[in-house]
Design a protein around this ligand. Structure first.
Ligand code: TYD
Length: 134
């Protein structure tokens, strides 16, 4: 899989509102787990880790937040998620930090695997060393 990328989520709009659809085959992985961040303080920073094998798709289903990524090899990426009509496809091997949560925002995450603490790298130096060994 290539690097992190924003994908437009197909939506259907009518007079009642709008409906976003993440159907089978839209993502390049099968969804094994869904979780969501809510009631996040506007001062809070989430993330602060990398995943060895997990792929995720993040959507600001309400409000907005920022995602800062590092590949551990000197390349940084920044995204601002502010619409339920798009999401960030986040491959494994990226350090991530989520911040600038707007009040009442919700970050919905679709993930390729069940929760596994062994998949996390929680120290940036270890992450960078792990990337350089690959
Ligand atoms: P963490 O992944 O550190 O949250 P974030 O990246 O949003 O800052 O998870 C916070 C806590 O929740 C941590 O103790 C692990 C636990 N957790 C689960 O038990 N299951 C899950 O699916 C997730 C995502 C986290």
């Amino acid at each position: 899989m290539a690097g992190p990328v924003l994908l437009n989520v197909p939506t259907i709009e009518d007079s009642r509102g709008e409906l976003g659809i993440v159907d089978t085959g839209f993502l390049p992985f099968a969804i094994a787990r869904i979780y969501y961040l809510f009631d996040v303080s506007t001062q809070s920073t989430r993330g602060g880790h990398a995943h060895k094998t997990l792929t995720q798709f993040l959507v600001a289903v309400s409000g907005s937040f920022s995602v800062e990524l590092s590949d551990g090899l000197g390349n940084d990426f920044a995204f601002s998620l502010r619409s339920p009509r798009e999401g960030l496809l986040l491959p494994p091997g990226f350090w991530r930090q989520l911040s600038d949560f707007s009040s009442g925002s919700v970050c919905l995450v679709m993930a390729s695997q069940p929760y596994n603490p062994e998949d996390y790298i929680r120290e940036f130096g270890q992450f960078a060393a792990w990337k350089q060994r690959r």
